[in-house]
Design a protein around this ligand. Structure first.
Ligand SMILES: Cc1cc2nc3c(=O)[nH]c(=O)nc-3n(C[C@H](O)[C@H](O)[C@H](O)COP(=O)(O)O)c2cc1C
Length: 164
């Protein structure tokens, strides 16, 4: 057991690796440029009106698309979406366009790319962008929903993908 009061980013990341997170791909499109990013920092805020948030690294210039688009989608992954999660995590050296050749993508309401067979899709209009240290907290109102087939969820825990 380790107790610490002086916390480094490495300590924090190690502790967060023990925190199970559902894996999603967050997407947006702006000026003809599509962007997608594997993310676990997605959270429900309210059901009335339906509101979510996602925390996006703002030190990565490629994430500007999310902050300019005015809309985004959260695509909630199932265990069979590991290739999609890998494509959008930056581990595979693929361009943004190549990433969208993995999985079947369409649109619902806002025009943000949506994954046809996701467990659930939350298509959102941006309500507010709140910079917080290295990240941008993006609040969205859910204006389109798609409920996919029930099958095991893709979870990230102890730096590995697992199903639940
Ligand atoms: C399981 C997992 C969860 C992630 N969660 C987030 C997240 O919530 N927010 C974030 O900004 N980046 C997150 N990332 C990192 C981004 O996916 C990654 O930095 C980005 O896709 C790299 O994009 P690039 O190759 O286009 O620069 C996560 C990565 C993985 C593998």
């Amino acid at each position: 057991m380790l107790h610490k009061q002086s916390i480094t980013p490495e300590d924090y990341r190690e502790a967060m690796s023990r925190f199970a997170g559902h894996v999603h791909v967050v997407t947006a499109e702006f000026d003809g440029v599509k962007r997608g990013m594997t993310a676990t920092a997605c959270c429900s805020v309210s059901d009335a009106p339906p509101t979510v948030l996602v925390c996006i690294n703002r030190t990565n210039p490629r994430n500007e698309t999310f902050f300019n688009a005015g809309s985004f989608a959260i695509n909630t992954l199932a265990i069979d979406h590991v290739p999609v999660a890998n494509a959008f995590s930056g581990f595979a050296d693929m361009t943004d366009e190549e990433r969208f050749s993995v999985g079947a993508w369409d649109t619902i309401t806002t025009g943000a790319p949506t994954l046809a067979d996701a467990r659930a899709v939350f298509d959102c209009r941006v309500l507010e962008l709140k910079p917080m240290s290295t990240h941008m907290v993006v609040f969205g109102q859910v204006v389109g929903l798609r409920l996919g087939e029930h099958r095991p969820a893709l979870i990230y825990l102890d730096r590995k993908y697992r199903d639940l």
